[in-house]
Design a binder for this molecule. Structure first.
Ligand code: PPE
Length: 307
C-alpha cells in the first residue's frame, strides 16, 4: 500500500510509523473493533470533496452502539479528525479509514473497562477491484460461505469481527479464479458481497437486497437508490435468488471502495451482454459527477476541503 505521513490517534497527529498498539490489545484477539471506509475526491476547481462524511462518522458511532462500545467522540468531532488527517497528509484524493477498537487492559472475551481507542488513517487508493473492473465489469461466484444470520453477527454494525465471514468468502473466490464472491443468507437468498452491496436490473426494474437481510446499510447503496429514482428508474428493495441474478440484464456492486462496479459474469453464466450495461454506466457516470462536485443538486452529500 501507499503510506502517508500522519495518523490521527485519539486527538494526536502521530507520524505513520508511531501509530502502534500493544500485542495484547483486546481487538487483536477478539475482533472488538468497528470501522469506516470513506472516499475523498479531487474536484475540477482544485478543492476536494469527501463523500457523505458525516453519515459515515455517524455510522461508526452507530456500529459502536450496536456492540455496546462507547466511542468518546461526536460525529462532528470525527468529521474534524478526518479532515485534519487529510490536510496533514496533503491528500487531495484518497481513502479514509476511521477505526475504534477495544484496547489493552483485561484479557478475556468480556471487554470490561478496557479503553476504546480511535484512529483515522488516510491513503491513496485506486480502483478496489482492479483497474479494468469499473469499465469492463468483474467475474463473481456464489460463495460456499453464508452471510451470518441476522441474529449471529450484527450486520448493521461495520464490525471488524464480521469481516472473518467476508475474508473466508473473498479468499475462496480469489483462489477459484474469480474477482469477488456473492454471499447468500441463511435462507438461501442473495445478501451482499464481501465488501459491497448488490443491485440487479431485470425488465427495467432495479432491485437491491432489503435492510432486513444480513447486509451493511451501505451509504453508496442508499445514494444509488436515491440517484436512480431521481433519474426515473424504478428501484425495489427486495430479496432475490441467485438464479434471478443469472437472468439479470445488468448487475453491479456498490461500496465506498468498489464505487459502482459492474458484474459481467456469475457462476460461469454471462450477465446480460457480459459487459457494463447501459443503466450501470449511466449510474456510474452520474455517481462520479456527484462525488467530484459536478452536480450541485447533491452538494449536500459532500464535505469540501482544500489541502
Ligand atoms: N457491505 C459490506 C460488507 C461492506 O464492507 C461495505 C463497505 C459495503 C457493503 C458498502 O458500504 P458503503 O461503503 O457504505 O457503501 N466496505 C468497505 C471496506 C472495504 C475494504 O476492503 O476494506 C469500503 O468499501 O470501504
Amino acid at each position: 500500500m501507499q503510506t502517508t505521513e500522519f495518523i490521527w490517534f485519539d486527538g494526536k497527529m502521530l507520524p505513520w510509523a508511531d501509530a502502534r498498539v500493544h500485542v495484547l490489545t483486546h481487538a487483536l484477539h477478539y475482533g472488538s473493533a468497528v470501522f469506516e471506509g470513506i472516499r475523498a475526491y479531487a474536484c475540477a476547481d482544485g478543492s476536494s470533496a469527501v463523500f457523505r462524511l458525516h453519515d459515515h462518522c455517524q455510522r461508526l458511532i452507530n456500529s459502536g452502539k450496536i456492540l455496546r462500545m462507547q466511542i468518546p467522540y461526536t460525529a462532528e468531532q470525527l468529521v474534524d479528525a478526518c479532515v485534519e488527517t487529510l490536510c496533514a497528509n496533503k491528500l487531495a484524493e484518497g481513502y479514509i479509514r476511521p477505526l475504534s477498537f477495544v484496547g489493552q487492559g483485561e484479557m478475556g472475551v468480556y471487554p470490561g473497562n478496557n479503553p476504546v481507542q480511535t484512529i483515522v488513517a488516510v491513503w491513496p487508493w485506486g480502483a478496489y477491484l482492479g483497474a479494468e473492473a469499473l469499465e469492463k465489469g468483474i467475474r463473481v461466484k456464489t460463495s460456499s460461505f453464508l452471510r451470518s444470520h441476522v441474529n449471529s453477527s450484527m450486520s448493521k454494525a461495520k464490525a471488524s469481527a464480521n469481516y472473518i465471514n467476508s475474508i473466508l468468502a473473498k479468499v475462496e473466490a480469489k483462489e477459484d479464479g474469480y474477482d469477488e464472491a456473492v454471499m447468500l443468507d441463511t435462507n438461501g437468498f442473495v445478501s451482499e458481497a464481501t465488501g459491497e452491496n448488490i443491485f440487479m436490473l431485470r425488465g427495467g426494474v432495479l432491485k437491491t437486497t432489503p435492510l432486513a437481510s444480513p447486509i451493511l446499510d451501505g451509504l453508496t447503496r442508499a445514494s444509488v437508490i436515491a440517484l436512480a429514482r431521481d433519474l426515473g428508474y424504478t428501484v425495489e428493495e427486495q430479496i432475490f435468488t441467485r438464479d434471478e441474478l443469472y437472468l439479470a440484464d445488468e448487475a453491479f456492486f456498490t461500496g465506498t471502495a468498489a464505487e459502482i462496479t459492474p458484474i459481467r459474469e456469475m457462476d460461469r453464466r454471462q450477465i446480460g451482454k457480459g459487459e457494463a450495461g447501459p443503466v450501470t454506466k449511466h449510474l456510474q457516470q452520474e455517481f462520479f459527477r456527484i462525488v467530484r462536485g459536478e452536480n450541485p443538486k447533491y452538494a449536500g452529500w459532500l464535505h469540501t476541503y482544500r489541502v
